[in-house]
Design a protein around this ligand. Structure first.
Ligand code: DNO
Length: 396
């Protein structure tokens, strides 16, 4: 596998020149300054690539070339945004960047309710608590139809939770849910969130899936022509939030979308941390199902906790080898797939992976980093995963 590290660009507190020390050879990055829908200027792609190569590294994956809300809801600017998307893909291809990750989550990208849940070992982890989320939705956002989405038990628990939160805790919760995470929407107010949610009136899962398939039908022919690999990241968490549809939450969801535009260019980002929140997720089975089309792996782990809604558990981001997904089995399956590709003569037989998030450990809390992306925690994760890869490599 190609051992990669997500780097957020020149503003990232970790320098590119530090990456060989963390054990990464590949870089996962994006031009984060451009909003979804904007075309990435070719000179910026060239500059970013040169910066990475000057540090002796390779730009392996674009994460993400974001899909705009206009494309997701098929709004009036959709055609312009599709043209920009395709132009950015073409520019990336001209400079040898072939793997493009994106997601199709409405409005909110990945979502947590606590960025720093204290762990018994002294560090902290990110956490999602359905009751806190419901408290936000029912009592802070006051979404008009929120009551429909929570059982009486969840609502009662949310009432109790909000009644003991002080103002500082409430605003921390708002910040965490709305704008605290990389990929989130900086500076949005609660009114902005309400307005955006309203743009999904009348868009259920079926329509959103159709829109995703329409998007793929538009961009995949170019990807095929240029040898690009698009890979859709799953919903995180893998269930509906704020009454919004989510359509990439399970193996079954992937089957529908991957089969609808059946070509190697229409691929998958396997994120074990996102999909693994569902109790019926089986990572090895997923790899067997989509093997040739898995173009990128986020190896991260989560531990489910009992919530008052069995279909939407609480969870926290465990250490990489300590969660509900068996990383040894997952990596073995991915490496078998790589072997199969080598035998088939595929030049893209090596699958780029990254440790994805990490817990905040040791000196991490004293150093500024984006939530989920601390240096030491991710380094521990990558080191553990590299150990598995080395062992599996010897045994297979
Ligand atoms: C979180 C990430 C997500 C992911 C995007 C992919 O750290 O896994 O932000 O990168 O959703 O498009």
């Amino acid at each position: 596998m190609i051992e990669c590290w997500r780097w957020f660009g020149p503003e990232d507190p970790t320098k590119l020149s530090d990456l060989p020390q963390v054990g990464a050879a590949g870089v996962v990055t994006a031009l984060h300054d451009y909003t979804p829908g904007a075309q990435w200027p070719e000179q910026d792609i060239v500059a970013r690539k040169a910066m990475i190569e000057a540090a002796g590294l390779k730009w392996e994956v674009v994460e993400s070339l974001p899909v705009s809300e206009e494309i997701k809801i098929q709004g009036p600017d959709m055609m312009a945004h599709l043209r920009s998307y395709i132009a950015s893909m073409e520019a990336l291809a001209r400079h040898g960047v072939h793997t493009i990750c994106y997601n199709f989550m409405p409005i909110l990208d990945w979502t947590r309710t606590n960025m720093r849940a204290q762990q018994p070992h002294g560090g902290s982890a990110m956490q999602f608590d359905l009751v806190d989320f419901a408290a936000f939705d029912l009592h802070i956002l006051k979404r008009s139809t929120a009551v429909r989405d929570y059982s009486d038990t969840v609502q009662a628990a949310a009432d109790a939770a909000i009644s003991v939160m002080d103002e500082a805790q409430k605003s921390l919760l708002v910040h965490t849910v709305v704008s605290g995470l990389p990929g989130a929407n900086d500076g949005w107010t609660l009114d902005d969130v309400r307005l955006r949610i309203a743009t999904y009136d009348g868009i259920g899962a079926e329509l959103l899936r159709d829109n995703l398939i329409d998007f793929l039908s538009e961009v995949i022919p170019t990807a095929e022509k240029l040898g690009l690999r698009l890979c859709c990241h799953p919903d995180d968490p893998p269930f509906s939030l704020l009454g919004l549809p989510r359509v990439m939450s399970s193996q079954q969801d992937y089957k529908q979308v991957i089969n609808a535009v059946d070509t190697i260019a229409n691929g998958v980002t396997l994120c074990t941390g996102s999909l693994g929140v569902n109790a019926d997720f089986d990572a090895a089975e997923f790899v067997h199902c989509f093997g040739p089309k898995i173009h990128f792996a986020h190896l991260r782990n989560t531990k489910r906790l009992l919530s008052p809604d069995p279909s939407r558990p609480h969870f926290f981001e465990s250490a990489h080898l300590e969660g509900d997904t068996d990383m040894v089995v997952t990596i073995a399956a991915l490496m078998m797939e790589e072997k199969r590709r080598r035998l088939e003569g595929r030049s893209d037989h090596a699958i780029p992976m990254r440790p994805d998030h990490g817990q905040e450990l040791l000196g991490d809390q004293a150093n500024i980093s984006l939530p989920g992306y601390p240096l030491i925690g991710r380094m521990r994760g990558l080191a553990e995963l590299r150990g598995i890869m080395a062992a599996v490599g010897v045994l297979t």
